[in-house]
Design a binder for this molecule. Structure first.
Ligand code: SAM
Length: 411
């Protein structure tokens, strides 16, 4: 059908409360609270939503859908004041919402004070032929420099999309309508690849699928979504599950005028695997520099990628017959460099630290542990990351670490 043209003030209030689709498998559930606030009141108040509501920490009445096939219920939860007035809408199960309410993201004052600062970003938006818009550096950025630090504006349980489509779209629209105007504008600036439901398509084109409180959810970070995908990106990312902050940092020097890119997939895949994956999950064929290079370059890169994966398998082998050596770990790091995989290099340093410690070279083991921590702290789960915890232990006391002398044959 025709794409719906979303207006900022689209009047969702006229939408019927009950499903208008008689054959719908989804029934809208009446809430225990009778919502007295009318829509006109809601729209007028939209800009300064500080209502202390009876739905705390939410600013709007919860609205739920029941998926009659699996008896699962999903509700919309909006806090329009979240992150200093940016707002957030979730469309998820009640159990997950209950856990979310207890996160520091909702309880800790000031936790988002350094997030969503887009007044003087080190980038600007420019058109990229064949790829819509993209982000371009406006000054030199060095490894570790902050590029985007943002909170999500939408969090959607992956199963909400399997419910009755049209009713589902109405609910998606509510997650949008309940947000402050400025945030709605930012959401509407994001790209869509296909005509169709405007919110659904924005989620399809821009949201990242990830684990959220133990279940797969789509997370929408509208500024982060301005970055195009590159199979050899120049950024690394960090997601903090307690504040919900997603941060993007430079993973190497980026010169003014250079496009700032991220990866949407695991980069340790061959050309064919990456293309298949991007087409299936994201609906586009990758035209990044590596994917557009000649057959010779692509095949060199593919063989290095296979070699990296093979070496990682050898270096993770702790059996008596393991072929892993410190030399192999150094070769692995050289391959990461040659392939320009700067963000994920922490993994290489973890394996190098372990390989050196395994033959009793504690000096080099500590050096690689330090480099691993530096890289992994920003490119993964931070201090809670298992690799980081392990490397901190190794750096502190290599002789007490389980890897110490583990690859010296005992006679
Ligand atoms: C999250 S958006 C990125 C920003 C988008 N270009 C815009 O104009 O806002 C994802 C979409 O950008 C385009 N895109 C991103 N990276 C690409 C790449 N490496 N090759 C081709 N298209 C790409 C695709 O259309 C993709 O669906």
């Amino acid at each position: 059908g025709q794409p719906l043209d979303i207006q900022y003030q689209a009047d969702f209030c006229n939408a019927p409360e009950k499903s208008i689709f008689p054959n719908s498998s989804v029934a809208q559930i009446e809430e225990e609270h009778q919502h007295s606030g009318s829509c006109s009141q809601h729209n007028a108040a939209n800009e300064n939503i500080v209502r202390t509501s009876s739905y705390t920490p939410w600013t709007h009445k919860r609205q739920c859908l029941e998926d009659e096939e699996n008896y699962q219920e999903y509700c919309i939860y909006t806090n329009a004041n979240f992150a200093n007035g940016r707002g957030i809408s979730l469309f998820t199960s009640r159990e997950i919402a209950k856990r979310v309410e207890l996160l520091p993201a909702f309880l800790q004052q000031g936790i988002h004070d350094n997030a969503n600062q887009f007044d003087e970003p080190p980038w600007e938006i420019r058109r990229v032929p064949g790829r819509g818009n993209g982000l371009f550096a406006t000054r030199t950025l060095y490894r570790g420099d902050e590029i985007i630090v943002a909170t999500p504006v939408g969090v959607y349980h992956s199963e909400v999309f399997s419910a009755d489509r049209l009713t589902g779209y109405q609910f998606l629209r509510k997650t949008f309508e309940q947000m402050p105007n400025a945030t709605r504008e930012v959401i509407l600036r994001t790209a869509t690849n296909k005509p169709g439901d405007p919110i659904m398509e924005r989620i399809n084109t821009n949201a990242f699928l990830g684990d959220f409180e133990g279940a797969p959810h789509f997370l929408l970070y509208p500024e982060t979504a301005l970055m195009n995908h590159d199979c050899r990106p120049n950024t690394m990312t960090y997601h903090d599950s307690s504040s919900l902050i997603h941060a993007t940092y430079a993973s190497r020097t980026i010169l003014p005028g250079e496009e700032i890119t991220t990866t949407y997939i695991n980069v340790l895949q061959t050309y064919e695997e990456r293309q298949t994956h991007l087409r299936a999950a994201w609906g586009f064929s990758c035209t990044c520099a590596l994917c557009s290079s000649n057959i010779g370059e692509i095949s060199t890169s593919d063989s290095r990628t296979r070699e990296i994966l093979e070496m990682q398998t050898y270096l993770s082998d702790w059996s008596a017959g393991s072929l892993a050596t410190p030399k192999m770990a150094r070769q692995l790091l050289a391959l990461y460099e040659a392939e320009e995989i700067h963000a994920a290099i922490g993994k290489g340093h973890v394996l190098a630290a372990l390989a050196h410690n395994a033959v009793g070279d504690t000096f080099r083991a500590k050096k690689h542990a330090r480099l691993a921590i530096e890289a992994e702290l920003v490119n993964s789960g931070g201090e809670k990351d298992e690799d980081v915890k392990d490397m901190l232990m190794l750096k502190e006391n290599p002789e007490a670490h389980r890897s110490y002398m583990a690859r010296i044959p005992k006679s």
